[in-house]
Design a protein around this ligand. Structure first.
Ligand SMILES: [Zn+2]
Length: 60
């Protein structure tokens, strides 16, 4: 089973989280111990995507 460390989308350093080939993450708050940022990411097929937080206006 292939396993890789998730890289921080901000500083590209290794985080403390690992993913496997079959790992699926949706809106996962990834903490980076290096730059102390929390990036919300999505992972599928070992591909990490940063989720941009979209500001929505509240519609009643
Ligand atoms: Zn970082």
């Amino acid at each position: 089973m292939k396993e890789e460390w998730i890289l921080c989308p901000v500083c590209a350093n290794k985080t403390r989280d690992r993913i496997r080939e079959n790992t699926i993450l949706i809106n996962y708050p990834l903490f980076c111990p290096k730059c102390k940022n929390v990036s919300v990411i999505r992972v599928k097929d070992m591909e990490v995507c940063q989720v941009t937080m979209q500001k929505r206006s509240i519609v009643h």
